[in-house]
Design a protein around this ligand. Structure first.
Ligand code: SF4
Length: 278
């Protein structure tokens, strides 16, 4: 890694991180808003329609008041996308963490990050390994954030299946939602990782949540239809819309393995990308 600090670049990363968090916390992406509106039209139960209307009204109010759409502003999951001409440096990690601290103070965000054993709260949404930072190659230098609330994250599951159990993947995904019930604030989006390794499959499931939800493969739609036949419905009060989408991301795996992970995302599918000026 190149260790030479670049104060101007650091400031740009801090700004992009803070701005991405602001956007993600206050407004949902257009594809998610469209999916919520379409679900409200499709629902026949008055309670389900009412719950979706409440979610949409909440979104409109958060936007007009410039406040977070949910009290649980989550933990910061951050993706740095680096173009070929930008070397990765340690100071980039420090700048992202500083952007999180700034966002926590200024938006403001609820300080959610604690030490896992002492439960001591850092007060600024950073800690050991937090923000969770992932680096990937790309054409543009961007910061993408995916703040993750605990209600949905806690319902996520992982399984080390056998290759012969490939047909059981939809069952595992549906079972995950059945066990979760209303706790992850449905309608949810289910990020499904298939393949890679034990740690890699969880990362794939989370990355699947970065994809737009208005296009799905036949396999994703097939799983979505089964999930929606559960009848859990918006906020667990019954209805046709338990999930808005299922998104699958795959990776190569050992010939003797079939890792599968489901990362549950509540209706507050907060994601935003901001370009870094460099
Ligand atoms: S699960 Fe999502 S919508 Fe529910 S409280 Fe947590 S962040 Fe908010």
């Amino acid at each position: 890694m190149n260790e030479t600090p670049d104060p101007a670049l650091g400031a740009s990363i801090i700004h992009a991180t803070r701005e991405a968090l602001r956007q993600a916390q206050i407004t949902l992406p257009p594809d998610v808003i469209r999916a919520l509106s379409m679900a409200r039209e499709r629902e026949t139960s008055e309670i389900a329609k009412g719950e979706l209307a409440n979610i949409i009204a909440n979104l409109e109010m958060a936007g007009s008041l410039s406040v977070p759409i949910c009290q649980d502003t989550g933990v910061p999951v951050v993706y740095i996308t680096l173009p070929p001409d930008v070397p990765l440096t340690c100071t980039m990690y420090d700048a992202v963490a500083e952007g999180v601290r700034k966002a926590t103070r200024e938006i403001p965000l609820r300080p959610n990050v604690v030490d896992p054993l002492s439960r001591e709260n850092s007060g600024n949404n950073t800690g050991a390994g937090m923000p969770a930072i992932h680096v990937r190659p790309g054409d543009r230098f961007t910061i993408t954030v995916l703040p993750k609330g605990a209600g949905a994250e806690n319902m996520s599951r992982i399984a080390m299946m056998l290759p012969s159990e490939r047909d059981q993947i939809p069952k595992f995904v549906v079972e995950t939602m059945l066990l979760a019930g209303g706790r992850p604030c449905p309608p949810v989006i289910l990020g499904v990782g298939i393949g890679s390794t034990f740690d890699g499959v969880a990362a794939l499931a989370k990355e699947a949540l970065l994809e737009p939800i208005d296009c799905m493969t036949p396999y994703e739609e097939e799983i979505l239809n089964i999930v929606n036949s559960l009848g859990i419905g918006p906020m667990g009060l019954g209805g046709k819309t338990t999930a808005l989408a299922v998104k699958v991301k795959t990776g190569g795996c050992h010939t003797a393995s079939l890792p599968v992970a489901v990362n549950v995302q509540c209706w507050a599918c907060r994601r935003a990308t901001v370009e870094v000026d460099y």
